[in-house]
Design a protein around this ligand. Structure first.
Ligand SMILES: [Zn+2]
Ligand SMILES: [Zn+2]
Ligand SMILES: [Zn+2]
Length: 307
């Protein structure tokens, strides 16, 4: 079968099951591992009314935030940011990371989004970055190609490259901050970066030629490659939450249910490769796990894929 090429950032496993949201959940370890940009675009374009309404409200909330910023009112700024993120995920529920699957986690996640927005909003360095980004955005030239208005490549990529650079810098600081430690579990840094990159390019996509859109997607590491793979052997398992049938490929420890967006454990136990003792499969089977008896680190999944 011909499928889009994804390799899990946690265990190295390929994506084999079909998916319905932009988020790629590993079929071997259950980790949140990547984003399919084209599915994200389909979601964005699914309902024009929702998208237009979202863009309108976003502009409103960003203006209100800006006013609060000028007044030095952190509390109001925080409230508008929190409202914005809540509105964003309510408008596009498919964009909510599937790892955020309880009201508690959702609340925590919104809190992190809002608090970190306040911090960067009030940080002089980020204000400068923001002003410079705005300057680059205003400097984008528009040209007519085949009756359509498109952004001229050089001026667009000056903006895109700056955006990528500051986004990576911001991500690094954010993920090093112990207050946001929970985010490593909820939304791995590599995936979070792609989420920001897709939000950025989505707005620009109508103004990009196919060639420029491709170039941006390559720069930000989105997969546009397909590969031919043999359908792996495996078994049907029952989703632990909604009881739907899910295909679990041979070697899988945790698999994602597209119907209820929760993961289900496929195997509960493994035997240590060194001493043979039975061990419990951990919550995240994609990472090396020390044997409780002899202490040797076991890799449950990656050896299957040879790297
Ligand atoms: Zn995996
Ligand atoms: Zn389910
Ligand atoms: Zn052992």
């Amino acid at each position: 079968m011909r499928i889009k090429k994804f390799r899990c950032i946690s265990c190295g496993g390929p994506k084999v099951n079909a998916y319905t949201t932009p988020y790629i959940m590993c079929d071997f370890c259950g980790a949140f591992t990547d984003i399919d940009f084209s599915v994200g675009i389909d979601t964005w374009n699914e309902n024009v009314g929702t998208t237009v309404n979202y863009q309108f409200r976003k502009m409103e909330l960003m203006q209100k935030s800006q006013t609060a910023l000028v007044r030095g009112d952190r509390q109001k700024y925080y409230e508008f940011q929190r409202e914005f993120w809540d509105f964003y995920y309510r408008s596009f529920p498919a964009y909510l990371p599937p790892t955020i699957d309880t009201p508690e986690k959702y609340g925590l996640y919104l809190e992190v989004c809002a608090v970190s927005s306040v911090e960067s909003g009030f940080d002089p360095k980020w204000q400068q970055y923001g002003a410079y980004q705005q300057q680059l955005q205003n400097a984008v030239l528009y040209i007519r190609i085949g009756g359509q208005t498109k952004a001229e490549a050089a001026s667009f990529f000056a903006l895109a490259e700056f955006f990528i650079r500051i986004t990576r810098e911001g991500m690094k600081t954010f993920y090093e901050d112990p207050r946001y430690a929970i985010m490593h579990e909820l939304l791995p840094e590599a995936v979070h970066f792609k989420m920001k990159a897709s939000m950025f390019v989505q707005a620009w996509l109508p103004y990009l030629t196919d060639q420029d859109a491709d170039r941006f997607l390559k720069m930000t590491g989105f997969s546009n490659e397909y590969e031919e793979v043999e359908r792996p052997d495996g078994n049907a398992v029952e989703c632990g939450s909604c009881k739907a049938g899910i295909f679990a490929p041979e070697g899988s420890y945790r698999v994602f249910c597209e119907r209820c967006r929760k993961t289900t454990q496929v195997k509960k136990q493994f035997f240590c490769m060194s001493c043979g003792s039975p061990n419990e499969v951990p919550e995240n089977p994609g990472k090396p796990i020390d044997c409780t008896r002899c202490g040797i680190a076991n890799r449950l999944i990656r050896p299957l894929f040879g790297s």
